[in-house]
Design a protein around this ligand. Structure first.
Ligand code: FE2
Ligand code: FE2
Length: 185
């Protein structure tokens, strides 16, 4: 089984990410690798998952000015800018894989048009065991992912949407569309 020490993530040169956040990204990667094994995905797909994981928080510690410059059309909330900014920066670097870029761009908000790579990143980002809000319910969801990606996505999206509403924050159009796509089946 992969451990935090054994998983090597190939960060881009432009990454601005703290050690603490790197530890989170390593845990996200470990979870994705466990699911990839359980789901018997191809080596190519596994590599796409790892690429999306490595890029998703790569600009988490970047200054707001840089994030806004890279993502001028994104939602006007600072903590939501690092995904779209990293997707833009990765595309400039030559990443052309739309599934990976969409996974990175929308990882904080959800996206109805996601490929499996985006769905897996969204699940692992929330369910990784180092999160301060990790619970026993999250353990069961983690175990259920390989056999029921859409069912667990629905449960995780419900938890995240409920959290946003409980905090009195607005729901973004992308999040509502994502939720609707999950319950429409
Ligand atoms: Fe993030
Ligand atoms: Fe993350």
């Amino acid at each position: 089984m992969a451990t935090q020490e054994s998983v090597t993530l190939d960060y881009p040169r432009w990454a601005q990410i703290s050690q603490r956040r790197r530890a989170h990204v390593a845990r996200v990667a470990i979870l994705c690798l466990e699911w990839a094994d359980a789901m018997n995905v191809s080596a190519t797909e596994r590599a796409r998952w790892l690429k999306a994981v490595t890029l998703h928080d790569a600009l988490k510690s970047a200054p707001a000015e840089l994030l806004r410059e890279l993502a001028p059309d994104a939602w006007p909330v600072k903590k939501l800018l690092h995904g779209p900014a990293a997707a833009t920066r990765a595309a400039r670097d030559g990443v052309r894989d739309r599934g990976i870029l969409d996974a990175v761009r929308y990882h904080s908000v959800g996206y109805a048009e996601w490929e499996l790579v985006g769905q897996i990143l969204y699940l692992a980002d929330y369910l990784e065991p180092g999160r301060s809000f990790h619970t026993v319910e999250h353990e069961s969801l983690t175990a259920a992912v390989p056999s029921d990606v859409i069912g667990t996505l629905r449960s995780v999206a419900a938890l995240r949407v409920a959290g946003t509403m409980a905090a009195g924050r607005p729901l973004l159009a992308e999040t509502v569309e994502f939720w609707n796509s999950l319950v429409r089946g």
